[in-house]
Write a protein that binds this ligand. Structure first.
Ligand SMILES: NC(=O)c1ccc[n+]([C@@H]2O[C@H](COP(=O)([O-])OP(=O)(O)OC[C@H]3O[C@@H](n4cnc5c(N)ncnc54)[C@H](O)[C@@H]3O)[C@@H](O)[C@H]2O)c1
Length: 438
């Protein structure tokens, strides 16, 4: 393919050289004349493993050249990769100035060019930037409709500085956020022959994936370092701890606990986090990540309360009360906390939890309910229907099949889904459905 690459920094320069080495005809564009000259001299404008030889090779064969002339690049290419910088502003917000400028320039050149061309944003940008900010600019300058007259896609890059050439040819994944199928097909063709799974997703999803990855990577490093510091202070070999931790592929290095859902609770996690943070504080070890896990959990629970408030309804129902399915353990159950917050705010609440009703009958948890939660005891309903008949707004915090099969579709009470119901995707478009964080 004939490819333009805008921005010859780390990302653009590696993408341009690697694509050229795959057989594409690539023209790099940068406003910085020094970078343009370096590339045309067969030299890398950035320091990276293998990039020097690669650029020398592809420039010698004519597969890669550089220019500062946007029009020249657009006229001679069918697809553009935008790799300009998106630095932080002083207040932490994303600077989109370079993206806006280059989109204007590409759009203006495309207006003259005619014929289909696909603009692919590779720069990291917040969800919504492409569709709400850049696409209108492009359409204005092109004088046409995106997805019809000009293709648009977002293709975040996951290369690591230092090993980016190697990562390009063996990527962890390829993510294509496509405005329309033809745009996605054009990006797909660009990487034909490379290994790794390809994900074709809506444009904002592609934008968000990059942030999910980088936030998680930062969180992992911070977690490991805080844990290391606490272990060190407690005289424990942190690397031995982490080696065993990493060996657990069921609960630790796995998808477990990584899907948006409801707050955690129970008799272990809150207690153990509290005592670990307390031990760190006693040892004068600062652990900002670990010490904010419980506040983060509480903030998530509060989101559910605020959702109920936003409905303006007063008669509420809650399905689920124990801290997780299949148990009647109510200790530090986030659903008990939720019920208490709603009760405290004066909601007319009814609660159904098959395990808790059963245990009440058998007396297993009777004492706990009667002594610790007497205010909730009389809110417990005996059937799913009793709650559905009562409630104008229902919070669903259990996967109990009896509850799931009784939940109405698009009529009856507003449904606040706390757990991402099995049919959440289908329900998202139904009136009265609210997902807690989806
Ligand atoms: N560096 C990385 O490892 C990495 C990894 C993944 C994603 N990203 C993202 O990729 C994007 C680029 O990062 P980078 O590190 O390559 O940036 P960089 O600052 O090294 O390079 C950006 C280049 O764009 C050029 N530029 C600016 N405006 C231009 C215009 N109108 N026309 C042509 N060129 C223009 C600049 O002169 C510069 O050479 C950023 O959004 C970044 O967050 C970077």
């Amino acid at each position: 393919m004939k490819v333009s690459v805008f921005g010859l920094g780390y990302v653009g320069c590696v993408s341009a050289a690697c694509l050229a080495s795959m057989g594409h005809e690539v023209i790099g564009v940068d406003v910085n004349q020094v970078k343009v000259d370096l590339v045309n001299d067969g030299k890398a404008p950035v320091v990276e493993e293998r990039i020097g030889e690669l650029i020398a090779d592809v420039v010698r064969t004519g597969a890669l050249r550089a220019t500062d002339d946007v029009r020249e690049a657009i006229m001679g290419s069918e697809i553009s990769l935008v790799c300009v910088g998106t630095p932080s502003e002083a207040n932490g917000s994303l600077c989109t100035t370079y993206l806006e400028r280059v989109t204007e320039e590409i759009g203006a050149a495309l207006a003259e060019r005619g014929g289909r061309h696909t603009v692919v944003f590779r720069s990291t940008m917040l969800p919504g930037t492409c569709l709400n900010l850049l696409l209108p600019i492009l359409e204005k300058y092109v004088g046409g409709t995106a997805g019809v007259d000009v293709g648009v896609a977002v293709n975040p890059e996951f290369l690591r500085e230092g090993t980016s050439v190697r990562d390009f040819f063996d990527p962890p994944k390829t993510v294509i956020g496509e405005l329309d199928t033809a745009s996605g097909d054009a990006v797909r063709a660009l990487y034909d022959g490379l290994p790794g799974e390809v994900f074709r997703v809506p444009v904002p999803t592609a934008e968000a994936i990059k942030y999910a990855d980088n936030a998680f990577h930062g969180l992992k490093i911070g977690f490991a370092n805080e844990l290391g510091a606490v272990c060190q202070a407690l005289g424990v070999d942190s690397h031995q701890v982490i080696d065993v931790f990493l060996a657990d592929r069921k609960l630790n290095i796995s998808p477990a606990y990584l899907r948006p859902g409801f707050a955690f609770g129970g008799s272990c996690l809150p207690k153990d986090l509290r005592s670990l943070v307390h031990a760190a504080q006693r040892a004068d070890v600062s652990v900002p990540i670990l010490s904010h896990v419980l506040p983060s959990n509480s903030a998530h629970l509060q989101r559910a309360v605020e959702m109920v408030e936003r409905t303006g309804k007063r008669r509420a129902g809650l399905f689920g009360l124990s801290f997780k399915p299949g148990t009647d353990d109510l200790r530090e159950s986030p659903l008990v906390e939720l019920a208490e917050r709603l009760f405290g705010k004066g909601y007319d609440l009814k609660i159904y939890d098959a395990n808790v009703s059963l245990s009440r009958l058998l007396g297993a948890n009777r004492e706990y309910i009667e002594t610790r939660l007497p205010h909730l005891a009389h809110l417990l309903a005996d059937s799913v229907e009793e709650v559905l008949d009562h409630a104008e707004v229902c919070l669903v915090g259990t996967r109990d099949p009896a509850v799931l099969s009784a939940l109405p579709h698009g009529e009856g009470p507003v449904l606040i889904d706390l757990i991402h119901l099995p049919d959440a995707e289908a329900r998202r478009t139904e009136p009265g459905y609210m997902g807690l964080a989806w």
